[in-house]
Design a protein around this ligand. Structure first.
Ligand code: TXA
Ligand code: MG
Length: 326
């Protein structure tokens, strides 16, 4: 059985979703990054349902979404100045701040840890839902654990159909990659997961930050639960410096290949090519949708043109390395 999908524009959609959330049910909703799988963050049983629906390990804490800073401060034991400056600049938006948790936050939300991850999403549907339900919403990405993150309601339906109570359809998300996760309990703050807000944008506000390391970089530690193999399509994926010639060679023996590239060298006959924009922001916005599409074609292999080395592409490189075969 499929889960009900309601267009977010339906006049009853937000009210119905809010009622379900307050009753301990699971509602998928759009944010500006990816779709989230939401539950009342103050209801431990409801949050446990998120972990069950996703098949998510209990060791991986979830992000709590709030409507405004007043709600954010109720969930933390301390609010450093750096949080004020970062929230002034980036909230609502794709920056998640890790802060010392208040006692009211259930342990299951933080995987038993002393910190809680918070953000105010910059999406009108997410904000309307938060205001309407009046409780903070715990929401990881609305996909089964280890699968690709969803950027459309249809992606959510395919991954979680019949495991959740409602999907609010707000159309494709605009950002396309998950939020940046920044731990502000350390001094200087520590980047736990690269995302749509870049290191340069953060450092312009708080000065130099530390990097906990992401796949494709050298440093070891990262966000708890950030397993290297994550965000994976079913089709084996390889990152390579590609050329038309190289792709032609690979297909010479009839192999069915998908080619994801941001450099336009023309189509190769018999190859499913997806051409993405060559700037990191537009590329990010379309990456998951492109991967979902190529993955649905039942090909033998996906070859992805290696993205540039600079920090503007850090989040893209991180997600691609996780999607690639170990
Ligand atoms: O853009 C996003 O962040 C989306 C939308 C729905 O908001 N959410 C999302 O959630 O990507 P999820 O669960 O797929 O990723 C949450 C990340 C994980 O890497 C998790 O380890 C980290 O945030 N995280 C959550 N709470 C944390 C905490 N207390 N300390 C450190 N990392 C934390
Ligand atoms: Mg996720």
């Amino acid at each position: 059985m499929q889960t009900d999908t309601l267009p977010a524009t339906d006049p009853h959609a937000i009210g119905r979703a809010a009622t379900l959330l307050r009753a301990g049910c699971l509602v998928a909703f759009p944010t500006e990054t990816v779709y989230g799988l939401g539950a009342n963050a103050l209801d431990a049983d409801a949050v446990a349902r998120i972990f069950a629906a996703k098949g998510r390990p209990a060791t991986n804490p979830v992000i709590v979404h709030v409507a405004d800073r007043i709600h954010a401060k109720k969930l933390v034991a301390d609010w450093p100045d750096s949080a004020t400056h970062l929230a002034d600049r980036f909230w609502p938006g794709p920056l998640t701040l890790v802060l010392p948790k208040a006692p009211c936050v259930p342990d299951i939300v933080t995987a038993g840890g002393p910190t809680v991850a918070l953000r105010i999403p910059a999406h009108p549907v997410a904000l309307a839902l938060l205001r309407s339900c009046g409780v903070p919403i715990a929401a990881p990405s609305a996909n089964r654990s280890t699968e690709l993150s969803p950027t459309t309601a249809e992606h959510v339906q395919r991954s979680l159909s019949d495991r959740i109570d409602l999907i609010l359809d707000g159309g494709p998300t605009s950002g396309g990659l998950e939020s940046t996760v920044l731990d502000v309990t350390t001094n200087p703050p520590t980047l736990l997961r690269p995302g749509l807000v870049t290191i340069a944008e953060i450092e312009a506000i708080v000065g130099s930050i530390q990097r906990a390391g992401s796949v494709g970089d050298d440093a070891p530690a990262r966000s708890p639960g950030q397993m290297a193999r994550h965000y994976s399509p079913r089709t084996p994926l390889t990152i390579a410096t590609t050329s038309r010639r190289h792709i032609e060679t690979l297909t010479a023996d009839g192999a069915r290949i998908g080619w994801l590239t941001h450099r336009d060298e023309g189509e190769v006959p018999g190859v499913s090519r997806v051409l993405l924009p060559a700037d990191p922001v537009s590329y990010s916005a379309r990456l998951y949708a492109a991967l979902h599409h190529i993955d649905s074609l039942g090909l033998e292999r996906i070859i992805v043109e290696a993205p540039p080395d600079d920090d503007a592409w850090l989040a893209v490189r991180d997600r691609l390395h996780r999607a690639a075969e170990a």
